[in-house]
Write a protein that binds this ligand. Structure first.
Ligand code: SAM
Length: 312
């Protein structure tokens, strides 16, 4: 099967995650199983890997890639928002490490049929789970101008979001917008030429990111999933998170900060009354890809790796 995805910060993430060769590890974003394969290489036969992905194509590729693993492997086709239920169903009470390598895989972006890319004409789709009912077509053709403006602002941080939303609503009043190409044309018409010349990247880039986040509810589920992961970690177990844009990174940073916090008493109290204990400690500052990796894989440019350890 042709599923080509170059894993980002592979050695740093897996090296920081695997602390016990007979432990149980969860990869919440299997993709092509690049990170998972490396994890299994470090595990003894008594070790175990549980891998999740909401994309059936990724699951198929991961099954193939992990077929020869020397430890127990369980692969589950699901959204990581269901992490707790998956672990309960598998009878896993605690885990030694959990990895999140967020966002989309290269095959999702590169396959024109998935409709993720503004560079290739395709039906508007962008579902990471093609079985989900709600797609980019629904966002573009049914959201009000205010709703479009909100997601373009919140998930795309796009200054021209209101005007682009107006142009979309006007265009679809004439005929429904079916393809990525039609949407790119509308976005290009909405952003004045002089502004387009000064923009960093294609004007459709942030709008497509915003629609993708909305279609897959990418941000809404993150904090809960990180907390569930920490809940299942053994003392000394690790959580590794790789983010690719500022919105998801902000959620990772904030959630880890809250979990690492001890006393939560109001600052005016002279002594601690809450006895709240931190659940994790942060292991160093967020890391970015090295020069060699950046030269070989431009996708690593925006990656940030955060690692935390559960406190006993
Ligand atoms: C960046 S890729 C992972 C690549 C993988 N680490 C590797 O080395 O091959 C992200 C994957 O996570 C999946 N994904 C994203 N959000 C998800 C979610 N909420 N639940 C389950 N899978 C998700 C995507 O379908 C995609 O296959």
């Amino acid at each position: 099967m042709d599923f080509h995805h170059v894993s980002v910060m592979l050695e740093e993430a897996v090296g920081g995650l695997v602390t016990d060769p007979v432990g149980t590890y969860v990869d919440c974003t299997l993709g092509g199983a690049g990170h998972s394969r490396r994890i299994t290489e470090l595990l003894a036969p008594e070790g175990r890997l549980v891998g999740l992905d909401q994309d059936e194509a990724a699951i198929a590729a991961a099954r193939e890639r992990l077929a020869g693993a020397g430890c127990r492997v369980d692969i589950v086709h699901t959204n990581f928002r269901n992490l707790e239920g998956v672990l309960q169903e598998l009878g896993v009470a605690e885990v030694t490490g959990v990895l999140f390598d967020l966002g989309v895989s290269s095959p999702q972006i590169d396959n024109p049929e998935r409709g993720f890319s503004y560079m290739q004409d395709a039906l508007l789709d962008m579902r990471m789970n093609p079985e989900a009912g709600f797609s980019a077509y629904d966002v573009v053709n049914t959201y009000s101008e205010d709703e479009l403006d909100r997601i373009f602002h919140d998930y795309g941080e796009e200054r021209w979001g209101r005007r682009i939303a107006q142009f979309i609503v006007q265009a679809r009043a004439e005929k429904e917008i079916k393809t990525t190409g039609e949407l790119v044309d509308i976005i290009s018409r909405a952003v004045p030429k002089a502004v387009r010349r000064e923009m960093n990247g294609h004007p459709a880039k942030r709008i497509f990111q915003a629609i993708r986040i909305e279609v897959n509810d990418e941000l809404g589920i993150l904090a809960g999933a990180f907390r569930t992961a920490v809940k299942f970690l053994v003392p000394g177990g690790r959580l590794a998170i790789i983010t690719f844009h500022s919105l998801e990174d902000r959620i990772a940073k904030q959630t880890l900060k809250e979990l690492a916090r001890g006393c939560i008493c109001p600052p005016e109290l002279p002594v601690c009354m809450c006895h709240h204990q931190p659940e994790i400690k942060l292991l160093g500052r967020p890391r970015t890809a090295g020069r060699e990796e950046l030269a070989a894989n431009p996708r690593a440019k925006s990656a940030k790796l955060r690692i935390a350890e559960k406190i006993s």
